[in-house]
Design a protein around this ligand. Structure first.
Ligand code: COA
Length: 272
């Protein structure tokens, strides 16, 4: 049985509480929050396990069309992997930590079939920033600070940060962030192309929902195909172009395509 069924809170209809995360889905928007505010929402093994389990559930939930990931409170989105769990681990264990997390959480989010937006409400450091980088879009409140402090621990990012950061900000800025370990403000992150939008602290979730709702005006099959095809842009030998051709063609066989084109030609809104 999944933890989702086991730990469902009987007193609340819509919000499902686990030990370290909560999930709610209203009006087709799922909100997944990390709830370890006393530990700056640091991602310990339990939290990562819960995230991995709930992601499987959300992907199958037909009422949930898109997902917002955020952190509880106003201080932190997530201040990284839980450093206390690293102490005394061997090389092999270090690799296993990175491999398990990448496969079950970070890559899972990147390859999600529904749009996922990180609503960054405070510190997004190390693994917390990697969580945001794995999302399809990032929106941050003005107070947010982002960085990769791993070098100060004698480490490097291990949940995809060295790979996903340069794709967004370029190799030079990625080198600067990772090698200095210094944090940058939401405004700088926006200027660098690391995040898509900066909002006021109180507007963050509202603005993030608005962004998803603007996506939901369109064919959900087109959205998931677009996500997949954009990811193909990093494949070697320009393979992405061929994948785009195939996926473009596949969409011609969908009812959403038929309706979308008919609606345009008949000068009306598409019927869902
Ligand atoms: N892992 C484990 N615990 C963490 C943590 C992390 N990544 N980040 C914060 N915490 C814990 C602190 O140890 C502290 O716990 P305590 O109250 O039991 O002592 C609690 O969260 C609050 O953090 P604190 O440092 O007191 O808050 P602050 O406002 O002074 O500073 C940060 C906030 C985020 C700047 C600071 O906590 C920090 O630098 N965290 C580590 C970031 C990091 O290196 N991440 C990469 C991990 S690979």
């Amino acid at each position: 049985m999944s933890i989702f069924k086991k730990r469902q809170n009987p007193t609340t209809m819509d919000t499902h509480y686990f030990e370290n995360i909560a999930f709610t889905c209203t009006n087709n928007i799922g909100i997944l929050s990390i709830r370890r505010p006393n530990k700056m929402n640091a991602l310990d093994a339990q939290t990562l396990k819960e995230l991995a389990d709930i992601l499987i559930h959300i992907e199958e939930d037909r009422d949930c069309w898109g997902l917002i990931i955020t952190g509880m409170g106003e201080k932190a989105f997530a201040a990284g992997a839980d450093i206390s769990e690293f102490y005394g681990k061997s090389q092999k264990e270090g690799q296993e930590i990175a491999q398990w997390g990448q496969k079950h959480v970070f890559d899972k989010i990147e390859n999600f079939q529904k749009p996922v937006i990180a609503a960054i409400n405070g510190y997004a450091l190390g693994g917390g920033l990697e969580l945001a980088l794995a999302c399809h879009l990032r929106i941050a409140s003005k107070n947010a600070e982002m960085g990769f402090p791993e070098v100060s621990l004698g480490l490097i990012p291990g949940y995809g940060g060295t790979q996903r950061l340069p794709a967004l900000v370029g190799k030079g800025k990625a080198m600067e962030m990772i090698l200095t370990g210094e944090r940058i403000s939401a405004e700088d992150a926006y200027q660098w192309g690391l995040i898509n939008e900066v909002t006021g602290i109180n507007d963050l979730v509202h603005k993030t929902k608005e962004k998803l709702n603007r996506m939901f005006l369109h064919s959900r099959t087109a959205l998931s195909t677009a996500i997949k095809t954009i990811h193909a842009s990093t494949l070697p030998n320009n393979k992405g172009f061929q994948i785009e051709i195939e996926n473009f063609g596949k969409l011609f066989s969908t009812s959403e395509f038929e309706e979308g084109v008919a609606a345009f030609l008949e000068k009306r809104k598409p019927r869902s």
